[in-house]
Design a protein around this ligand. Structure first.
Ligand code: NAD
Length: 491
């Protein structure tokens, strides 16, 4: 397992020689150390990426050639499926079947963007019709440049690939900064880059803390774009850093996503999707449907079934068979969630189920799946992202009230609605102010479909062809073809 920094195609020690401990959240044991970079390492990585972009073959080769590398990445990820999934469980805590999805999705993401790189090679330019026939014009799409990719800990490998795959497909070069809480799996991308013979400097990986590596990366003048996924406060700091030299920035931030359930919804299906919407990945999901609005007529029954099923969820080490709720990623995050539950109680909420450390597990950051009711609309539990296995349930009377409550948030990442009345579901979907809307389900995510939020949930879209456009510039090339001279100055 590689633990050094990956810069310019070499595994190197950090300039200042620092390391970070890697903790298994199920056991609280340090099981590895990785090299931790500083501003000096970021500078070297950016120089390598800059040289690879300005002088190297990567942005100049046809997209179809880059596609071959991306397909080799996809295959190499598949070859490592079991090892990468197990590493992800140990580093992040998630249950193994979920880690398996992440790795399989990551491989699929490389293939998807390989296809778009092929398409770019086939249609590199688009003719533009002009009203003035003395000119012909075309739009050409080109790689944007050097990308700084800064990612969180909740889907460590998949979030890295959501940025690296489209950026490489477009012809950009990348400096990737993983989360200091989950630094291991992203390093495998460096090992794969070696294996597939990626030109040096095209992909660089520098682990380290936010202030010591993320910040210098977002401030570096040699970077053309920052692609960030993480919290709103960090996103705001990054945007300010990018403003100084007008770097392009895309931000995938937090959410407090609503799930509206009408009383014609099948009850058991509703309960299943509520559970999945908030408890997969321990609720550490930006799009988690953490505010559930249930129509009055079925509210009590939904609440009762939700509490019954929550109590049955098997909690434990993500490697153990049958476990559906692993540990929270870190001690700090675990404390934060318990504090948010205590504060909700103080603010008047009722803990209908859960609300404590999981009993019988004396090591590891395990929490009970938690259901809150009577949550005041102005309390932090209702308005702020808890980023843990905590759902707030609230009754509503009619469609207008549901839409008003759903949209009453500074976030706008995702929203879901459940009803057997197709027209009503479509109406509510249209009324949601959110970038991702699910009907009769919650959370399914596809590489083909755009991902991103309204309002404070971010700027720009990842995934699909929208995620590809994130890494491309558009250039117009206009040619004068007039038969007569222009004749403005020289008659
Ligand atoms: P975070 O903002 O604390 O950290 C994210 C990354 O930013 C880490 O790599 C961190 O080291 C780095 N960072 C920290 N300070 C920095 C600085 N000053 N300059 C540059 N980089 C810095 O977020 P987190 O706790 O890792 O992740 C949880 C958050 O991510 C949640 O709010 C969640 O909603 C959000 N998230 C959003 C999406 C999405 O697609 N919208 C996906 C996953 C997570």
């Amino acid at each position: 397992m590689q633990t050094e920094l990956y810069i310019n195609g070499q595994w190197v020690a950090p300039v200042l020689g620092g390391t970070l401990p890697v903790i298994d959240p199920a056991t609280e044991q340090v099981f590895a150390h990785v090299a931790a970079g500083s501003a000096a390492d970021i500078d070297q990585a950016v120089h390598a990426a800059r040289a690879a972009f300005d002088h190297g073959p990567w942005p100049r080769m046809p997209g179809s050639e880059r596609a071959r590398y991306l397909r080799a990445f996809a295959q190499a990820v598949r070859d490592r499926q079991d090892r990468l999934a197990a590493l992800e469980v140990r580093d992040n805590g998630k249950p193994l079947p979920e880690a398996d999805w992440d790795i399989a999705d990551a491989a699929g993401c490389f293939d998807f963007y390989a296809n778009l790189a092929d398409e770019l090679a086939r249609t590199p330019e688009e003719p533009i019709e002009l009203p003035d026939t003395r000119f012909v014009s075309k739009a050409v799409r080109e790689p944007l440049g050097v990308v700084g990719a800064i990612i969180p800990w909740n889907f460590p490998f998949l979030m890295a690939v959501w940025k690296v795959a489209p950026a490489l497909a477009a012809g950009c070069t990348v400096v990737l900064k993983p989360s200091e809480l989950t630094p291991l799996s992203a390093l495998e991308l460096g090992a794969i880059a070696d294996e597939v013979g990626l030109p040096p400097g095209v992909l660089n990986i520098v682990n380290g803390t936010g202030p010591q590596t993320g910040q210098p990366l977002s401030e570096h003048a040699g970077v053309d774009k920052i692609a960030f996924t993480g919290s709103v406060p960090t996103g705001s700091r990054i945007m300010a850093a990018c403003a100084r030299d007008i770097k392009t920035v895309s931000l995938e931030l937090g959410g407090k996503s609503p799930f509206v359930i009408f009383d014609d919804a099948p009850l058991e299906d509703a309960v299943e999707w509520i559970l999945f919407g908030i408890f997969w990945n321990q609720g550490q999901v930006c799009s988690a449907t953490s505010r559930v609005l249930v129509q009055q007529g079925i509210y009590e029954r939904v609440l009762q079934r939700l509490c019954e099923e929550s109590r049955k969820i098997r909690i434990g080490n993500g490697m153990d068979k049958g476990v559906l709720l692993g540990p929270i990623v870190s001690r700090a995050q675990y404390d934060r969630i318990l504090h948010a539950i205590d504060r909700a109680r103080d603010d008047g909420a009722t803990v209908a189920s859960g609300g404590r450390a999981a009993p019988g597990l004396d090591k590891g950051y395990f929490l009970e799946p938690t259901v809150l009711t009577d949550v005041p609309l102005d309390s932090a539990a209702w308005t702020e992202e808890i980023f843990g296995p905590v759902v707030c349930l609230r009754p509503f009377t009619d469609e207008d009230e549901a839409i008003r409550l759903a949209n009453d948030s500074r976030f706008g990442l995702a929203a879901a609605v459940m009803s057997t009345d197709f027209e009503r579901a479509e109406r509510v979907a249209a009324a949601f102010r959110a970038g991702i809307v699910w009907i009769n389900c919650s959370q399914p995510t596809f590489t083909e479909a755009p991902w991103g939020g309204y309002r404070q949930s971010g700027i720009g879209r990842e995934l699909g062809r929208w995620g590809f456009d994130n890494y491309l510039e558009t250039k117009q090339i206009t040619r004068f073809v007039g038969q007569e001279p222009w004749g403005w100055y020289i008659a």
